[in-house]
Write a protein that binds this ligand. Sequence first.
Ligand code: FE
Ligand code: FE
Length: 168
Amino acid sequence: MASVSSLREHLVEELNDLLNAEQQLTEALPKMAERASSRDLRTAIRSHLAETKQHVQRVSQALKDLGEKASGKTCDAMKGLLEEGQELMDGSDPGALLDAMLITAAQKVEHYEIAGYGTARNFARLLGFDNHAEILQETLDEEGATDQKLTELADGMINELAASGASK
Ligand code: FE
Ligand code: FE
């Protein structure tokens, strides 16, 4: 078992965790978009997929710049979040209710990423990797904007439709 003995090592572990989380997401988001009935929700998920592909690149680059190889670690937390999302999708027909459930799953994912990028950015900043801190902040901003967009879609209409049973 790998033992972490410095904040720099912890940062590298966290970057590897984020890298795998983002990679898992590039596989999962297309499926989620496909199951969405709301066109706006589908568009939001697809545009975040494009950003997510960038996130993979950025984290890979950060690891490379630090002279580290990607460890191939699995992010078990993301795996679990996506499994739960898949369960929701399997258990519901397309419609407003499933859209509301997709937003639940997607926001849990975004919040996980926000926690990961926020802490990693602070470690990078503290360790003097200002350039990396800035890039992590860029991704963090995109995760935050996506989370906000999902809230807007939910509050804008989707939750109300789900509540009224307009599921088809
Ligand atoms: Fe991301
Ligand atoms: Fe994200």
